[in-house]
Design a binder for this molecule. Sequence first.
Ligand code: NAD
Ligand code: 89V
Length: 340
Amino acid sequence: MALRGGLIGCGFFAQNHLHAWGDVDGADIVAVCDRDDSRLKEAGDRFGISERFNDAEAMLAQTDLDFVDIATTMETHRALAELCARLGVPVICQKPFAPTIDEARAIVSTFAEARLPLMVHENFRWQTPMLAVRAALDSGRIGDPFFARISWRTGFDVFANQPYLAEVERLIILDLGIHLLDVSRFLLGEVESLVAQVSRTRQGIRGEDSATMLLKHVGGATSVVDCSYAARRDPDYFPETLIEIDGPTGSIRLDPAFKLTVHWPGGTETTEVGPRLLDWASPPWHMVQESVFNTQQHWADCLRNSEAPSPSGADNLRTMALVEAAYDSARTGDVVRLAD
Ligand code: NAD
Ligand code: 89V
């Protein structure tokens, strides 16, 4: 029997969740919830879901669910997740896990006490190109990396689809940098210390729209993580993450258009590591859209097999700690040391 899921939040990005759930093997969304009647109706009609609720508690009371997919914005995550925990329902929750690490810790603690599965829908580590970089590192061809640059710079108008981003005090590190910091952990391991600089270039927004972060990883590697919503470039590679990694015996580069180059004593190999173009996906979002499918298929598999998901809520606390460290460093100018 397929797992029965309920989705809360039928907004902009949830459309990708719902399309991807249609492709996921072993799980179906059988109920949707949104406070907004028109969005609820549109999602239910488009995806053929008859169980529709304006209130999450009513959905949970009236529908037998194996999990809930929380696709609302971060300020609602804790209340919704803890409601699910009280009712014994596992959760996959969109990023940012919560507006602050303290709220994220509270969610993790609640789910640990309830002994329930909890995953954060952090999908950059589930992008096909990122999995290819991870595999290249795992091949051992370049040895243990000592340097990486993880860069995401665009002038794409993210505010058109996500107008709330113009209102938040903490913008690009908490919205986009959070993905890149997770990637830095995914590729180079845990972080000992971090220093950050931020700036705001765009008019009409409240938060920072550029950030540059220097990380020292456990084991000695250094990474530079940089991101901007204010880069005026042509071509603009939105939403691709560009990566370069150096190791003692070679290097790995992820260049625009998903071109992966591995150089090692055995030679130099260049391959195209782009995503599949899913039938509901459309460039330039198609790589992100495929990662949504990859993330959700992983969650369904973990639930069915009683395995820990990646990233679990507890794991994502380490990424949230880097977000908080970056904001602390940008405010004080100090190098921030991360607790073990
Ligand atoms: P949105 O504002 O377009 O949609 C959120 C929806 O949730 C709205 O329709 C709202 O009515 C509904 N909602 C809010 N609180 C609710 C509640 N308590 N009960 C029921 N419905 C409720 O937001 P969005 O742009 O779709 O972003 C949602 C989340 O997805 C954000 O956290 C964002 O950071 C994240 N996101 C992730 C990616 C990615 O995975 N790469 C990309 C874009 C956005
Ligand atoms: O992926 C995200 O979280 C979106 C972005 C605009 C960065 O794609 O917010």
